[in-house]
Design a protein around this ligand. Structure first.
Ligand SMILES: C[S@@+](CC[C@H](N)C(=O)[O-])C[C@H]1O[C@@H](n2cnc3c(N)ncnc32)[C@H](O)[C@@H]1O
Length: 329
């Protein structure tokens, strides 16, 4: 216990309040798109390329199909044939860790129900790309919505695929700024399927490059700078962390351990991995979890036109429940 406390104290002492030097002018944000080719829907690999020779492990089309079926059934993630190389390289690591020689043996391990391996398998196959204030036009809409809704109840927000935490922390920063206090009348539930990204999200420690594009004022207000062994890192302030509860939720599972009703649900850039049928099932379950006039925020390439009876657009990739959809009062 004493050692744990000492470690925690050391970690605390390795983060200092921000000063402007962290976001010094002249630090150029990396000139990269926040969207990978995969997320834009472009094939990552040319299907006509010859199969790489000399792979460490034999990996057949059949193996790939089995894996695609298993992750689809477990997490709803649809893997097209173009993802074969990605799947090989991500799972080859698991074979090495488990000391296996063949994908066959690995699949047998999963078929036997090895829970730890199922978790690692799932974590390996999710794509966790995210960023602070990604799709920034959503945050002023959230701010305005929160101000209009606050008053009679504490606002409940759900971030339904929070990845490594940048998204719920951006929501929390927006709420602190909107209400002008570190204790806004807001609670954020942040969930993801992937346990590894959830651990990172809870920790709230990021490489400096992740926040280089952030306004210096925000950076100073919401982050502490790492020193010593944490140099080059920043940590979100504990006040922000206190607004958020992180937990694991598989959007495909029957039971979601979230209660609602929510004033807003952020479900961004995860539906693109699901087919229309799976998307529809999830949207149907969002409806009763949203309060009247509650908002659903989607990713830039996600359109719910196929569920127009449930949700209608309320702005760019923002939706509200239709009258026919019904929801909580
Ligand atoms: C590309 S990230 C999007 C992160 C964030 N919402 C954003 O827009 O920046 C997709 C996230 O969805 C999560 N995910 C994938 N399948 C899921 C499922 N069945 N249930 C819950 N989360 C899932 C992944 O683990 C990943 O962290």
């Amino acid at each position: 216990m004493g050692r744990v406390l000492r470690q925690a104290a050391r970690r605390r002492s390795e983060f200092r309040e921000q000063d402007e030097s962290v976001a010094a002018p002249g630090v150029t944000p990396p000139a990269r798109s926040d969207l990978s080719a995969a997320a834009r829907g472009a094939p990552m690999f040319d299907l006509n390329l010859p199969r790489p020779e000399g792979r460490e492990f034999a990996f057949t089309d059949h193996d790939f199909q089995q894996i695609a079926r298993m992750i689809y059934e477990h997490a709803g993630i649809s893997l097209s044939a173009s993802k074969q190389e990605m799947v090989y390289s991500r799972l080859a690591r698991r074979l090495r860790v488990r000391g296996l020689q063949r994908f066959d043996d690995y699949l047998e391990l999963l078929a036997g129900g090895d829970e730890a391996e199922w978790e690692a398998f799932t974590n390996s196959l999710t794509t966790n790309l995210t960023a602070f204030f990604r799709e920034p036009h959503h945050f002023p809409i959230l701010a305005e919505h929160a101000l209009a809704r606050a008053g009679d109840h504490r606002l409940e927000l759900w971030c339904a695929a929070c990845s490594t935490g940048e998204e719920p922390y951006s929501m929390a920063m927006t709420m602190v700024e909107t209400f002008g206090t570190y204790s806004p009348p807001v609670h954020i539930v942040a969930t993801d399927l992937d346990t590894q990204v959830l651990a990172k999200a809870r920790e709230g420690v990021y490489a400096l490059e992740r926040v280089e594009r952030m306004q210096p004022e925000r950076l100073r207000q919401f982050f502490q700078r790492g020193t010593g062994s944490r140099a080059g890192m920043v940590r979100v302030r504990p006040e922000l962390q206190q607004l958020i509860t992180f937990s694991q939720v598989n959007l495909l599972h029957r039971a979601w351990p979230v209660r609602g009703p929510f004033d807003a649900i952020f479900c961004r850039n995860v539906m693109i991995y699901f087919d229309k049928k799976t998307q529809r099932g999830i949207l149907e379950r969002f409806v009763p979890l949203l309060r009247e006039e509650g908002l659903l925020f989607a990713g830039h390439s996600e359109s719910f036109q196929h569920a127009a009876d449930l949700f209608r657009p309320r702005g760019k990739t923002v939706y509200e429940v239709t009258r026919a959809g019904g929801r909580h009062g």
